[in-house]
Design a protein around this ligand. Structure first.
Ligand code: AMP
Ligand code: ZN
Length: 441
């Protein structure tokens, strides 16, 4: 079976990720899980941006103005570690992902840029940096900016240059591939006989890491947040297509998490971290649940009320799993419906509605419901199979058994008295069609 190549643009490790960033990875994870659930073999790769303006500035702040590559890597390793912990808490298994650090592929980046120079798509400017020529690309391919829209270049002037990694659509410019070393960047640089002392720009890393990871076969799915469409993904396509085409078969962009109607972002300062959610008593998986209530192509406005609601729903779901004994066969009708919804462009809101329909379905035993939910959770990733069954103390269990006998004998007074006794030990017993159910009071 052919392996599907999945690539996700990863974080810049200069700070803790915020929960907006985490949305992009939760969506990618649901996508990955959906492929695995339908029997695909998938190779999932994510870059870690450990060299850019912000990581360099951080390393210099931490280790002084003479900081070199070693100090940079020490600085970024800390934030990578925090990122990995966040991923684990939100239900993304680290073992599913092949992480590649940018500073581990510098020679491959250099030779990729040299190939672009040799083919005429890149040039060294008077400032010593090497830039990508949009004009040359446009002459040969004619589709620069197609990811933004068909007529992206209309009315725009080519030929200006930009050396910062992030810029707006109005500042369309030849972008930097190899940034000449500046004294303000301490000793953080790599050398190359043709490119000179310097370090990579942001966009080139993803083109190179795709080739390093997958060879020159098109990447099947490439994911990221919508803010990456321009310039990042637009530039990735331009850099790669002179070498192999198509670069990517399918782009998968997830919408933003907002706060008061504005994108959650460090530059605005309206960010929350996962730890803040935990400190307020929320489970990171309840945050994942909250995101799944919306389609990935819709924005989600983050509020504490919404998170509280998601937490309550998540707790109910978790309690249902913990209180259901055994696990019967999966209900195939629900299973088919669930996978149809997921195949319909990851319709997680309707998939979650199906979860509740299943839980409320009187025709199914709780063992079947539990098994079916655990099947759904292979894609939803809410950690339901890791939940431990409710620990019921032996004395409570004994009272429940005695109460069962009393009920069989239709001794309702004794049954009620036993219920009170069980309640006094902190447990609630419910009489359901499937027998008695015990939960924490
Ligand atoms: P960065 O670390 O800034 O490169 O961003 C990492 C990922 O987070 C990218 O896929 C971004 O598109 C995504 N991202 C950034 N801000 C948000 C947000 N507010 N909501 C959803 N995704 C975001
Ligand atoms: Zn990228």
């Amino acid at each position: 079976m052919a392996v599907k190549n999945l690539y996700t643009c990863g974080p810049t490790v200069y700070d803790n990720a915020h929960i907006g960033n985490l949305r992009a990875y939760i969506i990618a994870d649901v996508y990955y899980r959906s492929l695995i659930a339908r029997g695909e073999a998938v190779k999932w790769v994510m870059n870690i941006t450990d060299v850019d303006d912000k990581t360099i500035a951080g390393a210099l702040r931490q280790s002084g103005t003479a900081a070199g590559i070693e100090e940079l890597r020490k600085y970024t390793a800390h934030f990578s570690e925090l990122f990995f912990l966040d991923l684990e808490s939100i239900g993304v298994k680290l073992s599913d992902i092949n992480f590649i650090l940018v500073t581990d592929v510098i020679p491959q980046i250099q030779s990729f840029i040299i190939e672009l120079i040799d083919k005429g798509y890149a040039y060294q400017a008077a400032d010593g940096s090497t830039y990508f020529s949009i004009e040359k690309y446009q002459q040969d391919f004619g589709d620069y900016g197609a990811l933004v829209g068909d007529r992206f270049l209309e009315g725009k002037k080519l030929g200006a240059r930009v050396s910062s990694d992030e810029y707006s659509k109005d500042e369309l410019s030849d972008f930097v591939l190899w940034k000449a070393h500046q004294p303000t960047e301490g000793n953080i640089y790599w050398d190359h006989p043709k490119l000179g002392l310097g370090r990579p720009g942001w966009h080139i890393e993803c083109s190179v890491i795709n080739r390093v990871a997958f060879g020159e076969t098109p990447t099947d799915i490439h994911t990221g947040g919508v803010d990456l469409i321009f310039p990042h993904h637009t530039n990735e396509i331009a850099q790669s297509q002179p070498i192999y085409k198509p670069f990517v078969r399918q782009w998968h962009h997830s919408e933003h998490l907002l706060v008061d109607g504005r994108k959650m972002s460090k530059s605005i300062g309206n960010v929350y971290r996962l730890n803040e959610l935990k400190d307020k008593g929320h489970d990171p998986l309840a945050y994942r649940y909250l995101l799944l209530t919306a389609h990935y192509k819709s924005t989600v406005n983050f509020t504490w009320e919404a998170l509280g609601g998601a937490q309550a729903a998540y707790d109910k779901l978790a309690a249902f799993i913990q209180e259901s004994e055994g696990a019967g066969p999966v209900d195939t009708r629900y299973q088919t419906e669930f996978y149809n919804l997921i195949a319909d462009d990851l319709n997680t809101p309707r998939a979650l509605a199906l979860v509740w329909q299943l839980i409320k379905d009187d025709k199914l035993s709780s063992a079947v419901k539990k098994a079916t939910l655990l099947e759904f959770d292979k894609v939803l990733g809410l950690g339901l199979s890791d939940l431990k069954p409710l620990e019921i103390p032996p004395e409570v269990r004994a009272l429940v058994t005695t109460r069962e006998e009393a009920r069989q004998a239709q001794d309702w007074a004794k049954s009620d008295a036993l219920r009170d006794q069980i309640r006094s030990l902190g447990y609630e017993v419910k009489d359901t069609e499937g027998g008695q159910k015990v939960i924490k009071a």
